[in-house]
Design a protein around this ligand. Structure first.
Ligand code: MGD
Ligand code: MGD
Ligand code: SF4
Ligand code: MO
Length: 741
């Protein structure tokens, strides 16, 4: 027997922990955490329940998709035939060509999901076809932060939390204790344990908030009001950084006026956070520098208030003098490896295709027109944001185009690393759109409800079978990862390889896909840094060490300080650029009807938030794994004891939840009492039941507990249509006990 040890990475969450794989006669038999490479932490490896999946799933011939499959019979029949790769790729290529010839390239859409797959191959494929419609969940995950930080500072930032240096940390709408099983969270937990100032802003007393020295618990979606209230205290009590504001901030007086629009009492009334707590948090944050401030998914999903909140958070960092200081906020550098723009081949997309993007012309910056203007701005520092994520159309527009044919027919979709039937808003609309399409192709590991509705399901290579690569969205000069431990098993293929072969079959030039597989492609990606792939696999990381105060560096060409890549060269607390894109010069709070105004609090009425992360699942993934289901067998809806009492409910009760505007659509979850704002409930997302019958009409129980039956895309557009974020947090619902039959 030959035994070999190979470096590799886990891929069962976006964190990509480093492991050593033991191979016996070429078969992976053991994994051991690798302390020599980033990212490694003994406690992470010890506590994570997912990494044993690497071995279970690698050789799994029951729950994994292992061969190309073609639908047999009606769509959703649940019947499949195994076909060869050549048959699958030839047929898909010819159908795509036919649909493009009939309706134009924009008829093909794509759908991506959370941060697990490498998505640029799909985007490069879409560029080649000439389709502007790369759909994604970016507008409710990540894009709002990238966009608003860039609009305010000229580029994106990172929370520079450093144990021993950071004096205060604010976590806003993020719960790393459960969502981020990483060293980052372990460091925060240690910091909090040793008495560090930790301010957590969360509607629920999350596991993170439970460690906080100050917990602010806003009513869903009122965060902009709360952030302005903090700014008001900081300015009123003269706790702001005068020097930084005078030298490096534009529009302070306008920002001040906006912050003073409401009294603290009015803010307290709206947010349900006490004046004392607002004051305590503001004082702690402003007087303990350096201070980090990180926001998360909870506040990426508050619809019209998402972009405004992120503008105010960006301003808070600035007025407290925490920009580009060690231990506070790091202003990112552009990548020295190939950028997302280059990898996506975005420049190849024609003007005509861009004009057909479904977000044109009315979606502020999250559109090709908006992107071009924003890009001209960052280009001043030689920087380009990743185009394809930040122009992805609102899913609701893609689904509507499929159903109605307006403004044109979307007839085909390629799904890569996503499960839209469960994770995208408005499940019934997603289903109707799928039903109306002529071609659905899904690259998958398992037969998700989306795969079950597809025409072709192609077996994607997963962890250990392909190299791992995390480039932080391509907006910073840091990437990490490592090699595959073995070749893809069965007939699985890397997403990159599938898309390359499809593109070549459809007539794309080989020079656009110079690498034959993902390993070669990643080697090409990091080559500009001078690092070889072999060297990268030893250290597991690439990029340059962080440096600070970059705005003060003297530009040798002009002899002036470098400043910020904005119109004024300063941090823009009032923003003329956003004003030119249809927003206010300063951020405003937009009350949502039924939530912030005219809220019904009678007869089972509540405000719902969704998707608070929990272990062991990841979005809609791992529900087919028996050990996970035993750990967490039922979907739960959290609420305070007072709310439960008002509703006549108790722990464990089976309940039906509906939207107030569509009472006929109900989902089933189970009551769980937790400490959170009264009148609010927190429903789990991602639920389907893989053990139930596949195919129509129920698609493995996808319409039973799936909370996205109760969410909707953004129609009509937000009052300030900058990104077009929709609402997952803050939905007027009704909840009632399910009567036993
Ligand atoms: N109501 C509500 N809805 C939400 C959210 C919420 O909080 N509330 N959160 C939203 C957010 S932030 C996100 S990111 C999305 C997540 O939504 P999705 O990304 O759609 O959800 P996942 O379950 O992670 O689906 C990923 C699928 O891709 C497959 N997969 C994983 N890696 C790869 C790969 O490398 N290649 C291929 N081909 N397939 C792969 C997995 O088997 C899985 O079925 O959900 C969004 N939806
Ligand atoms: N276990 C697990 N880990 C995951 C994932 C998973 O599905 N499972 N998904 C991954 C993905 S795709 C993402 S994007 C990240 C997300 O990771 P995080 O950004 O940390 O998101 P959450 O852990 O959901 O924490 C968001 C918090 O916001 C709170 N919240 C909800 N509404 C509001 C509001 O209106 N205001 C405020 N202030 N707070 C609110 C919720 O109570 C919740 O505790 O996690 C990743 N990690
Ligand atoms: S934290 Fe994520 S990457 Fe690390 S071992 Fe667990 S599932 Fe794998
Ligand atoms: Mo996400």
């Amino acid at each position: 027997m030959t035994t070999e040890i190979k470096k590799t990475n886990c891929h069962y969450c976006g964190y990509l922990c480093a492991f050593d794989a033991t191979l016996e006669d070429g078969r992976v038999t053991k994994l051991t955490p690798d302390p020599t490479r980033y990212p490694y932490d003994a406690s992470v490896a010890q506590r994570c329940v997912r990494w044993p999946l690497n071995l279970e799933k690698l050789y799994d011939d029951t729950t994994r998709v292992n061969y190309p499959l073609r639908r047999k019979g009606e769509r959703g029949s649940g019947k499949w035939e195994r076909i060869s790769w050549d048959e699958a790729l030839d047929e898909i290529a010819s159908k795509l060509k036919q649909l493009v010839a009939e309706h134009g390239p924009w008829t093909v859409a794509s759908a991506i999901g959370g941060p697990h797959a490498v998505y640029w191959p799909l985007h490069r494929f879409m560029t080649f076809i000439g389709s502007p419609n790369n759909m994604g969940i970016g507008p409710i995950c990540w894009n709002p932060r990238i966009w608003m930080d860039t609009m305010t500072y000229g580029w994106s930032v990172e929370c520079d939390f450093r144990p021993g240096l950071t004096q205060c940390l604010v976590l806003w709408g993020t719960n790393p204790a459960e969502s981020d099983n990483s060293l980052f969270w372990r460091n925060i937990a240690d910091y909090a344990r040793s008495g560090g100032n930790l301010i957590v802003v969360d509607t629920r007393l999350s596991m993170t908030a439970a460690r906080a020295s100050i917990w602010l618990h806003p009513f869903p979606g009122t965060d902009t009001v709360l952030a302005y209230a903090l700014a008001r205290v900081i300015i009123e009590e003269d706790l702001y950084d005068h020097e930084f504001v005078e030298k490096w901030c534009y529009g302070f007086d306008e920002f001040k006026t906006a912050a003073f629009e409401r009294t603290l009492e009015e803010a307290s009334e709206l947010t349900k956070v006490s004046v004392e707590d607002i004051q305590a948090a503001a004082r702690t944050y402003a007087t303990n520098c350096p201070a980090g401030l990180l926001s998360g998914r909870g506040v990426d999903q508050i619809g019209p208030n998402t972009a405004p909140l992120h503008r105010v958070l960006a301003s808070l960092r600035a007025i407290t003098g925490n920009i580009d200081v060690p231990g506070g906020t790091l202003l990112n550098e552009r990548p020295t490896f190939l950028s997302e723009m280059e990898l996506e081949g975005s420049a190849r997309l024609s003007q005509e295709s861009r004009e057909h993007g479904l977000n044109e012309p009315d979606c502020g910056i999250q559109s090709y027109r908006g992107f071009a203007k924003a890009d001209a701005r960052t280009a001043k520092l030689g920087r380009h944001l990743p185009m394809r994520y930040l122009t992805s159309p609102l899913p609701v527009r893609v689904w509507n185009a499929a159903v109605t044919g307006e403004p044109y027919k979307v007839s085909a979709i390629i799904v890569d690393g996503a499960n839209p039937l469960v994770t995208y808003a408005d499940t019934r609309l997603v289903k109707a759109a799928f039903e109306a399409m002529d071609l659905i192709v899904d690259f998958e590991f398992v037969m998700t409800p989306t795969a079950q509705m597809s025409d072709y399901v192609l077996p994607a290579a997963a962890a250990l079978e392909h190299p791992a690569f995390q480039a932080m969205g391509g907006v910073s000069d840091f990437c990490y990862g490592g090699p595959a431990a073995c070749e893809p098993q069965f007939e699985r293929r890397e997403d990159y390889v599938i898309l390359r072969e499809l593109a070549l079959r459809m007539g794309d030039a080989e020079e656009n896909w110079p690498a034959k597989n993902l390993t070669e492609e990643l080697a090409r990606t990091i080559a500009p840094t001078g690092m070889s792939w072999e060297a990268f696999t030893v250290t597991g990381q690439c990029g340059n060490p962080a440096h600070y105060y970059k705005h003060e560096e003297i530009d040798p060409e002009t002899g002036e300080p470098r400043g910020f890549a904005t119109e004024s060269g300063k941090v823009e607390l009032a923003n003329p650029f956003l004003a030119s894109m249809g927003a206010g010069r300063t951020a405003r709070f937009f009350p949502v009807p039924g939530v912030h105004v005219d809220r019904d609090e009678g007869d089972g009425c509540v405000t719902m938030i969704t998707g608070a992360r929990k272990q062991p699942y990841w979005a809609s993934s791992y529900f087919e794994v028996p050990s996970m289901r035993r750990r967490h067998p039922k979907p739960t809806v959290g609420m305070s004891a007072a709310t439960a009492e008002r509703l006549g409910l108790a722990e464990g009760d089976e309940v039906l939840i509906s939207r107030q505007d569509t009472p006929e659509v109900e989902i089933v979850q189970y009551v769980h009492l937790e400490n959170m704002v009264d009148g609010v409930v927190s429903a789990e997302y991602g639920w389907w039941y893989p053990e139930r019958r596949a195919g129509a009409p129920d698609y493995s129980g996808c319409f039973e507990s799936n909370v996205n039956l109760l969410t909707r895309g953004t129609v009509p557009m937000d009052p300030e249509p900058l990104i077009g974020t929709w609402i997952y947090n803050g939905i007027p619902c009704r909840i009632r006990k399910k009567e036993r039959e």
